[in-house]
Structures are given as C-alpha cells and as structure tokens.
Design a protein around this ligand. Sequence first.
Ligand SMILES: Nc1ncnc2c1ncn2[C@@H]1O[C@H](COP(=O)(O)OP(=O)(O)O)[C@@H](O)[C@H]1O
Ligand SMILES: [Mg+2]
Length: 285
Amino acid sequence: MLTDQAEKLRKLADSRRGGARFIAVTSGKGGVGKTNLASGLAIAAADLGLRFILLYAELGLANVDIVLDLSPKCNMSDLVYGKRDVFDLLIDGPGGIRVVPGANGISSFADLDVAKRVELLHHLHKLEHEADLIFVDTSAGISGNVIQFCAAADEVIVVATPEPTAITDAYAIIKTLARTEGTGRLKFLVNQVTNRVEALRIAERVVNVSKEFLRTRVDPFGYVLADPHVPVSVRRRRPFVLEFPYAPASLCVKTLARRLHANPKRERGGFFERLFGFFRRSKAS
Ligand SMILES: Nc1ncnc2c1ncn2[C@@H]1O[C@H](COP(=O)(O)OP(=O)(O)O)[C@@H](O)[C@H]1O
Ligand SMILES: [Mg+2]
C-alpha cells in the first residue's frame, strides 16, 4: 500500500512542470516580523499582478484569524484528518491574495504518519498551478517542520531584526539550512531597522559570516524600516500595506515586492519533488 502511494507521488512529481515559485519565510527567533512581512509582501506583489498564495505552516497556531481578520471554516488539519480538498481551504484574503490557513491541532508535520504526510503533500501539490508565488509562513526555530518546508522551497527568506539575539539565531538557522540537502537559495531580510546604513551593516555581516564559516551563499534581500504604523495595523487586524500604504514600512515592502516581480522564475526543480525526497528518506528510516 505504501509502495502504491510512493508510486503515485512519483508520478505526480514527474508530471509536474512549471508551477509556482515557493518561498519559505523563516527566522531563528520568534516575533521578528515574518507574518507581517509575508502578508505585506504578498499583498504588494499581488498588486503588481502576481497571483499569490500565502500558506501558513505555523502548525498549531491560528494565525490568519488574528493577523488578517479572516474566519476560515477549515484549515490544514482538515486536509489531513477530514474530507476536505485544498481548494476548500483557499480563502480570499485582503488585497487580492489567497490564503491557506495553518493546521490547528497538528503540532508537527513530522509527527504525522507516512500515509497522512502523503495525503497532505498531495493536497499541497495541487496549489502549484494556482499561483505564481507561494509564500510559506513558517514558525521560528529549527523544528522539523521548518527545516522540511525550507529545504523544499525554491528560496528561503531568513528574517531578523537588529537585536543581537535575532541575528545570532538567524545565523543558527542559516547554519542548519546550509547543511540540509536540497536547500534553496538563502536570502536575508532585516526588519525593524532604523535606517539603510544599519540594514546594510547587518546584512553584510550575516552574508560574510555565512560565506566565511559555513561556505554558504546568502543574498541580502533588503530591509524594512521600524515603523509604528505596523503595530497599529496589527491591533486593527489589517495588513499595514493596505492600512497605511505610504508609511515607511509599506514603501520598503513595495520595493521588495518589485524585486520579486522582476524575477519571478523558479531557479531549481520542483518544491513537490523535494518534499517527496523527504518523504522517501523518512520512510526509509
Ligand atoms: N517593521 C516593523 N516596525 C515595527 N514593528 C514591527 C515591524 N515588523 C513587525 N513589527 C511588530 O513585531 C511584532 C511581531 O511580528 P510578527 O509578524 O507577528 O512576527 P513573527 O511572525 O516573526 O513572529 C508585531 O506585533 C509587529 O507589530
Ligand atoms: Mg508569525
């Protein structure tokens, strides 16, 4: 039975051509702004004409309800334990993006048994032709979930703030990702900076340390200014790019979105194939 499932997945992987570019957004430390920046970037990129899906892989947390003020009827756990299709989960979010709510009640992707994992991957695979870009908003830290999503993604945006602990923790996750087979190109985004010079200084340090000590290439992706409009929007449960379109943080995010738009191509093979690789390896163990 497992062989059948593996065979089915293999066929799906083989048939997969084109499709969305998957970008995982992660960090070493929590609370650095991943969720806000991911939704801000998604909305700004959608405004430029990219079809965007935001997938909440922060398993166990009911994120979309709080951040985007959406009331999903089902979430990723219904894919695994219920009779739902991934298209039942896709909900229209603000600013023309679509959202897949995270999985309440599943603490870890790795906790799922093989059959359930296959099922979940099957479902997620269907999204690949639904969008140009799929952001996976992960939780912080080096859990199995985060590593699996990041290793399978086309690119990983590692977010940090200027706080020393955030930078050290970002370095730690880069170190882990650098060791993971199949890791996509790593990008570094520094949030809540006072000015451009501070951002450049921090990014340069992370890029150089990664190169020197990990032999890993990390590309600076840019920066977002510390901006009091962001927490105000969070309290209003509205994305800051929509609530304050001309606020400093919004302008930064729009610049980053233009960067994504200018280079929408995937640079590696398929997200699904790589997740499939994980599935095969975990089956063997
Ligand atoms: N550019 C910014 N300027 C000011 N505050 C910010 C900025 N980005 C994020 N924040 C604040 O940081 C908090 C954590 O952000 P969040 O996106 O939830 O982080 P994460 O998803 O990494 O845990 C939010 O409450 C938000 O108000
Ligand atoms: Mg978050």
